[in-house]
Write a protein that binds this ligand. Structure first.
Ligand SMILES: *Cc1c(COP(=O)(O)O)cnc(C)c1O
Length: 438
């Protein structure tokens, strides 16, 4: 057996040397043959048949079995290549298998992977500081780390409940809103099909018409704990709120003593060519939630509270998570943010996003193009969006249809103009194929 020498404290005699079995270096049979040893190999069809007999049906049938990625490209189990214009739904900010991000994750994991929140680690603290600086949070602002978007919103929901000591029972969200699938976040989510099977949901949430400033002013009163807004509704087909709406929401919530909470889970971390989609509105919210792009593909979410009063609403013991803010997730996020900053990525998002939107507007059959940066939704002149997704896959493009005639693009932020151009050139034929398949 391999042995290594460690040290243990032995009182005032100082550390003594002792021998421990070296589990860290003992070879695992077959480990040199990588993951296929653990999974076996197979065609896409074989994998999908195993999928349907082993995985819960909540996602329907997956479109493809993906085995490898590099930059904006991914490959499936049958060796077919795809240009990924969805980026894991706005997650793979620096593309797939980014060398810097993956090397930081691997080395953090090989150094210290998990410690629990009885302890902290330098990456957790450095990421909190970095995020506070990036979102230009005022003094005494704070960060809570979670593992996903819904968890970040769950924390924000509890924060809202603490506003007003039980006297503020109303929480306002918008029609079309998507804030996640756990019970609190689901209560904020508008879609009936997602909500109804799970009622009763946490109470007090009302949904008001999207983008209607008068409806907002009428709804916000002294019983309102918080207003939750997505600066751009992603799941609803990429619908931006206007600057005037965001400013009116800030005024109304401030006047009523309610929190303004921005869900930037999809729109944050450079997706729009700015760190936050709400930046241009020039407002300071009370809280922001982040997730999707933050870890560059590694699961990490965050709730950022702005200023002293909001940041002290949740006190010791009132919220927590085992995995949230662990060294690997926070290292992944630090690496992603560093890569975005040092590679001119925000500028690329603005340039390629503008190129894509302009090109899309010129395509026959595209009736409207929405979005900012590389979060783009476009409408078609017929209910063929799911068929376009299918035709895209067959032609080697990954896109998404959040509605029957809406296509969403949320590619890696490093998408090149050449890659965007390849999709634009292929789109007329995809629309044609989709219409013929109906
Ligand atoms: C995806 C999303 C969520 C939920 O994030 P999960 O990581 O899937 O839990 C919440 N809010 C918005 C705006 C999202 O786009």
């Amino acid at each position: 057996m391999n042995e290594t020498v460690g040290t243990a404290p032995t009182g005032d005699r100082g550390p003594a040397r002792f021998a421990v079995p070296d589990h860290t270096r003992a070879p695992i049979a077959g480990s040199d043959a990588k993951a296929s040893v653990m999974t076996g190999a197979g065609s896409g069809a074989e994998w999908l048949s195993r999928y349907s007999s082993s995985l819960m049906g909540v996602f329907g049938t997956p479109q493809r079995v993906l085995v490898r990625g590099a930059g904006c490209l991914v490959w499936d189990a049958d060796g077919k290549e795809y240009l990924d214009l969805l980026g894991g739904i706005a997650v793979n900010a620096m593309g797939h298998a980014h060398p810097f991000v993956t090397s930081v994750i691997a080395s953090q994991l090989a150094t210290l992977g998990h410690v629990s929140n009885f302890f902290t680690s330098p990456t957790q603290i450095a990421l909190a500081e970095k995020l506070l600086a990036l979102v230009k949070a005022p003094a005494a602002s704070k960060v809570f780390f979670a593992n996903s978007g819904t968890e970040a919103n769950e924390a924000a929901f509890k924060l809202a409940r603490r506003n007003g000591d039980g006297k503020r029972t109303k929480i306002i969200a918008l029609e079309g809103a998507f804030h996640g699938r756990t019970m609190g976040a689901l209560a904020l989510t508008a879609k009936e099909a997602y909500r109804t099977p799970f009622e009763p949901l946490p109470g007090g949430v009302v949904h008001i018409p999207f983008g209607d400033i008068e409806a907002l002013r009428a709804a916000v009163d002294d019983t309102t704990a918080a207003v939750f807004l997505e600066p751009i509704q992603g799941e609803a087909g990429v619908r931006p709120l206007s600057t005037e709406y965001l400013q009116a929401a800030r005024e109304a919530t401030t006047a009523a003593g309610a929190l303004l909470i921005l869900d930037e889970v999809q729109t944050g971390i450079g997706r729009t060519g700015k760190w936050l989609a709400s930046e241009d509105a020039g407002i300071v919210p009370d809280a922001i939630t982040l997730a999707k792009g933050l870890g560059g593909g590694f699961p990490v979410g965050a709730l950022i509270t702005f200023g002293e009063a909001t940041s002290s609403l949740l006190s010791a013991g009132q919220h927590g998570t085992t995995f949230g803010g662990n060294p690997v997730a926070t290292a992944a996020a630090l690496a992603t943010l560093h890569a975005i900053e040092s590679q001119g990525v925000l500028e690329n998002v603005r340039t390629v996003g503008a190129f894509l939107r302009k090109g899309l507007a010129d395509v026959d059959g595209v009736t409207e193009v929405r979005g900012v940066g590389l979060l783009i939704g476009f409408d078609l002149d017929a209910d063929v969006a799911p068929a376009v997704v299918q035709a895209g896959l067959d032609a080697g493009f990954i896109v998404n249809s959040p509605g029957p005639r809406t296509i969403r693009l949320a590619p890696p932020l490093i998408l090149s103009t050449e890659q965007a151009g390849r999709f634009l050139a292929a789109l007329p034929a995809l629309l044609q194929t989709a219409k013929e398949s109906q």
